[in-house]
Design a protein around this ligand. Structure first.
Ligand code: CDP
Ligand code: MG
Length: 679
């Protein structure tokens, strides 16, 4: 299929008319539209060699899968690559997304016996990647999932005695390492998607390196480390891993035509939707679209918006199958994006950066890149973790673009100007340099590493943020700070929870205070995205209907009421509909509550001042009650809150009224110094 090339000018004229028409169709059910569609200007073509790719027909048989394996760019390199890796302690493997690194390399090593009968661990930054890849590899190897090939993610372990290739989240391997710092179960550890530089991967780099060294010192079986990635800063990695050799794989990338917006877009969501419908109108079915957005709420509302519009546009383009994709989406729904698009229709996937490199989705011909991502940022001075929508890096933009050229030539629409692109950072800042480090420090201490400051980090976090983390753990009662920093018995218990230390502490307190069930229910409600569904057209009705759940104690008890009501009707769908409750998120909360736990509320406490303003007790900074809270119009003396959101002001979200005595009891060493004066 050849792409229709259009000149920007023609594009603008067409789009004005098109936007007008769209606006008319949508006037009843949508908000604002941009004054005109983002007119695009063309950027260079990026061309390499071409291959044809087997079309998927949804019918999986092993012969066909083996054929597909042979066609992967990595296949011709199989023998050489296996030999090289066999001879190396540590190797760095670089190859474009889709070349076959994640699915093939572990199989090659297993087939050639490089693993010497032990387990090959392959880490992934995301659950969904670990699950889908292991399913694929099990299919390819003609075995049942959980036998030769398995996976282990938080709350789910699909492995057995016979598992030799184990895909797992980086967080899971890190947790395992606290129980066995030498990682003796594994002969090969593959650290995949290394360019993502998640906080867990970064810590694993140091932990795995140490395990390799210690095993050698003790004369134990050697540990082979393989670091894999799409394009990244190779020298930095190689230097860190004792000058490990870098093995490059030939990639497969078809030309992708890149269009930039000619003007800055103030509403990237609408600009993306308009772009989608324009290309939808102009292109034949079964050419799928991938849109990058930032998070659940935005994605869900975009998905609804696209579905609404497409209802009004029957006959103007093929039917649309619209799928959201984000980490918090329940697994079975995430897996929907991998289903084959029905003949004669078009699939549109609206995803977070999850779709950048770690998952393979077939049939993508168009990418719409909004140029933004939600990132966690930590300010060691204020002690706040903030989720903020920020610009992606150039490296991320490139990866996003690449998604359009996996199986044939494609097109990428960037909802930003070329000048804006030029201002993007070259690489993404590693998470470890921008997050709260308390759980990292807790993990390191559990590994027996007390000299945190001199830990072999690839990029060292600032001393301030490390000290801040130690302070926080101390205030939680997890560490002592006498001659050296050590875990307390409580801290040791906290390590065993796959949660933020504040959360683990709350669960532990709840247990002692006989309110575990309540705490678990509330925490699970807070762990999923909003369970309240408030459609714009029925706003008043929704708020009125849900009034019966509201507690004067605040949002946490309100959540508990909803949770209990949901349980008492046994998760009835009709009940959710009538009460404007999001069934999907409620089910997820129910799942979570079986294993999840509380959080260290007392760290998040605020005190009312004489002037009627609140200050946060940990940072002594002014904070405000978020207008969405049921306590918005109240002035309780003390509140605890779940998170701080920085917009025009610093807002506390999800609050409850609290007795200051409780704060003191929960964390005497924290509040002794700063215990608020009575009255
Ligand atoms: O890791 P890398 O990006 O290099 O590639 P991969 O994940 O090993 O994927 C190689 C190929 O396997 C993809 O191009 C897909 O054709 C196929 N694959 C799949 O069909 N389903 C998956 N869940 C994963 C991979
Ligand atoms: Mg991969």
């Amino acid at each position: 299929m050849r792409l229709r090339k259009r000149e920007p000018k023609e594009n603008i004229e067409e789009s004005k008319e098109f936007v007008k028409m769209l606006r008319q169709k949508l006037s009843c059910n949508k908000g604002k539209m941009p004054s005109e569609e983002p007119p695009y200007k063309k950027k260079k073509l990026n061309s390499q060699h071409s291959h044809s790719h087997a079309s998927q027909n949804g019918f999986v048989n092993n012969y066909k899968l083996q054929q597909e394996r042979r066609r992967l760019p990595i296949f011709p390199a199989k023998h050489k690559l296996t030999q090289q890796i066999r001879s190396l302690d540590t190797a760095i493997v670089i190859g474009e997304t889709g070349s076959g690194k994640t699915t093939q390399i572990p199989q090659f090593l297993h087939e050639a016996g490089v693993h010497r009968g032990s387990i090959i661990a392959v880490t992934q930054p995301r659950r969904v990647a670990a699950i889908t890849v292991s399913q694929r590899v099990a299919q390819e190897s003609g075995t049942l999932l959980g036998h030769l090939v398995g996976y282990s993610v938080r709350f789910e372990d699909v492995t057995s005695e016979s598992t030799k290739i184990k895909y797992m989240t980086d967080g899971m391997l890190l947790r395992e390492s606290t129980l066995d710092p030498l990682m003796k179960r594994y002969s090969i550890i593959v650290l995949d998607e290394a360019h993502e530089r998640t906080i867990h991967t970064d810590v694993l780099f140091g932990v795995v390196k140490k395990a390799q060294r210690d095993r050698k010192k003790k004369g134990l079986k050697p540990l082979k480390i393989i670091v894999m990635s799409a394009t990244m800063d190779v020298d930095h990695f190689s230097n860190y891993f004792n000058k490990a050799p870098v093995l490059y794989l030939e990639g497969r990338q078809y030309p992708v035509q890149v269009f930039y917006s000619t003007t800055t877009q103030s509403d990237y969501v609408m600009a993306a939707v308009v772009t989608l419908f324009q290309l939808h109108r102009d292109h034949p079915p079964n050419q799928d679209v991938l849109i990058f957005m930032t998070g659940q709420e935005e994605i869900e509302s975009t998905v609804r918006c696209i579905r609404d519009i497409s209802k009004d546009m029957v006959g103007e383009g093929p039917p649309l199958v619209v799928c959201p994709l984000y980490a918090a989406l329940p697994s079975h729904l995430q897996l929907k994006v991998f289903n084959k698009t029905p003949e004669g229709s078009r699939k549109v996937i609206v995803a977070t950066n999850i779709a950048e490199t770690s998952v393979t989705i077939h049939g993508i011909k168009f990418v719409i890149d909004t140029g933004v991502v939600k990132a966690k940022l930590y300010n060691p001075n204020s002690g706040l973790d903030l989720l903020k929508v920020v610009r992606i890096s150039k490296a991320q933009a490139l990866q996003r673009t690449g998604r359009a050229g996996r199986e044939s030539s494609g097109t990428c629409y960037r909802i930003y100007t070329e000048e804006e692109f030029d201002s993007f950072k070259k690489n993404t800042v590693p998470e470890i340099l921008r997050c709260n480090l308390s759980s990292v420090v807790l993990q390191l201490l559990a590994l027996g590493i007390s000299d945190i400051v001199n830990f072999d980090f690839m990029d060292k976090p600032s001393i301030e943020s490390l000290i801040g983390a130690v302070h926080q753990l101390h205030s939680l009662g997890a560490v002592t700070k006498e001659d050296c920093i050590k875990l307390t018995p409580l801290g040791k218990q906290m390590v065993s929870f796959p949660l933020d230390p504040r959360l683990s502490k709350t669960v532990l307190i709840a247990k002692d205070n006989h309110c575990l069930e309540e705490i678990l229910s509330i925490v699970s409600m807070l762990s999923v995205d909003s369970v309240m569904f408030t459609p714009q057209s029925k706003r008043e009705e929704a708020l009125e209907t849900r009034k019966k759940f509201i507690s004067s104690d605040g949002d946490h008890v309100t959540y508990l009421n909803i949770y209990r009501a949901f349980k008492s009707v046994r998760g009835n769908t009709e009940w959710c509909h009538e009460n404007f409750i999001n069934l999907r998120n409620m089910r997820l909360a129910l799942e979570c509550s079986q294993e999840m736990s509380g959080f260290g509320f007392f760290m998040n406490a605020a005190e009312l001042q004489k002037e009627g303003e609140f200050i946060s007790l940990s940072s002594r900074k002014p904070v405000n009650i978020h207008p969405s809270s049921s306590l918005f119009m109240c002035k309780p003396a003390y509140v605890i809150y779940n998170e701080l959101i920085q917009t025009t002001k610093c807002y506390m979200r999800d609050l409850s009224v609290v007795d200051p005595e409780w704060l003191y009891e929960a964390a005497p060493h924290y509040f002794r110094k700063k215990k608020p004066k009575p009255g």
